[in-house]
Design a protein around this ligand. Structure first.
Ligand code: HEC
Length: 355
């Protein structure tokens, strides 16, 4: 443990630097002189079908809520393919509409045939992704709170394990394209339960006590599952950003299950939550100066926080710095930034992997 001789809760958040530039521009608006004759509410971009401002805004909202987790906030691709105008415009409107409607066996959900989106919404989405990607929205406390749900209050949860599951041998398996996890009993290899989660779950983590399972989708939705009731039950849910990869719980002695922390890729920040309810307590931005050249970086993605035994930090892009955060029950977290090499040594179990 990082700070083993102090009664503090220690977390390490690796801040990853991405090469993505934030130089995104808004699509040219009709109030610019060249298009002044058209409707003042049209959004235009070279090579893309015109859209009304209202259509553009609602598509933007759908994109950041439902597509960005897989295709990336700047549409440069992640689990899903890149959707930048150079690619989407050459695909054309009918192809894009068909793909969004029917999905594909390679992991694109079928938004039309599942009735998740209407025909009009799909037409607009196909147009929208041929336009220049707009600046992704921020996600502060107000947005986080709006998504926070406690489904079973702590006082209504069992006081001891009622399920017959052998918890140390229970597997949480990501069903990536289904937006679910499968709990599989390692002894019998049987599926115990399928649970709906965010899109393409990236990490499943067990709390210090072994009682709670936390899973986070690429869309930054966290689901907290209580493994003690007769049947595993979802007890809380929250969305901590637009794109994320990792969640972890406090494991330090005296602080078991007290806090949960999740790092977001967009916005670049991490959120500290109550460990029993996921109530968001504090959001800390990771934007700022790089450790080496002391240059401002607008998008230092906050990724797998690691904490104590048995957790590891995996990243796809090299981490340039880590923050060691100590938090007592009363004070705000006080991050200490250090170069990646020192934090890898300090954490011990942390390692980078190419995945
Ligand atoms: C669960 C992850 C996931 C989500 C969520 C998702 N996609 Fe996809 N999408 C994919 C994958 C994976 C592919 C690649 C499919 C293939 O190659 O057949 C893809 C492909 C596409 C393509 C075709 C790209 C091409 O050049 O062939 C389009 C268009 C697209 N997605 C649009 C969207 C839109 C719009 C949304 C939101 C409404 C969305 N996707 C949400 C995973 C996702």
């Amino acid at each position: 443990m990082l700070i083993s001789n102090r009664k503090t809760f220690a977390l390490t958040v690796a801040t990853l630097c991405s090469t993505l530039a934030l130089a995104v521009t808004h699509a040219a608006r009709a109030d610019e002189p060249a298009a002044a004759a058209a409707s003042p509410l049209m959004v235009k971009a070279a090579g893309a079908p015109d859209m009304s401002q209202a259509e553009f805004d609602s598509s933007k909202e759908i994109y950041f809520q439902r597509c960005a987790g897989c295709h990336g906030v700047l549409r440069k691709g992640a689990t899903g393919k890149p959707l930048t105008p150079d690619i989407t415009q050459s695909r054309g409107q009918p192809f894009l509409e068909a793909l969004i409607t029917y999905g594909s066996p390679a992991g694109m959900p079928n938004w039309g045939t599942s009735n998740a989106l209407t025909k009009d919404q799909i037409t607009s989405m196909a147009k929208f992704i041929q336009h220049t990607p707009p600046t992704p929205p921020e996600w502060g406390m107000a947005e986080t709170l709006k998504t926070w749900k406690v489904l079973v209050k702590p006082e209504d949860r069992p006081k001891k394990q009622l399920s017959k599951l052998n918890l140390p041998n229970l597997f949480s398996v990501t069903l990536r394209d289904d937006g679910k996890i499968a709990l599989i009993d390692g002894d019998s290899k049987k599926i115990v339960k399928l649970i709906e989660t965010g899109y393409a779950v990236h990490i499943s983590r067990i709390s210090a006590s072994g009682r709670y399972l936390l899973v986070i989708g690429r869309d930054a939705r966290i689901d907290m599952i209580d493994l003690w009731p007769v049947e595993p039950t979802k007890v809380a849910e929250v969305k901590v950003g637009i794109e994320a990869r990792s969640v972890e719980t406090s494991k330090f002695k005296g602080y078991e299950d007290k806090y949960t922390v999740a790092g977001s890729y967009w916005p670049p920040q991490f959120t500290i939550m109550d460990g029993e309810t996921l109530e968001p307590k504090q959001i800390v931005s990771t934007r700022g100066m790089t450790v080496d050249k002391q240059e401002y970086h607008p998008e230092p993605r906050s990724s797998p926080p690691t904490n104590g035994r048995s957790s590891s930090s995996t990243s796809r892009k090299p981490a340039r710095s880590c923050w060691s955060i100590t938090r007592t029950s009363k004070t705000s977290p006080s991050p200490t930034s250090m170069p990646r090499r020192s934090c890898m040594t300090a954490v011990g179990t942390a390692r980078t992997a190419t995945s």
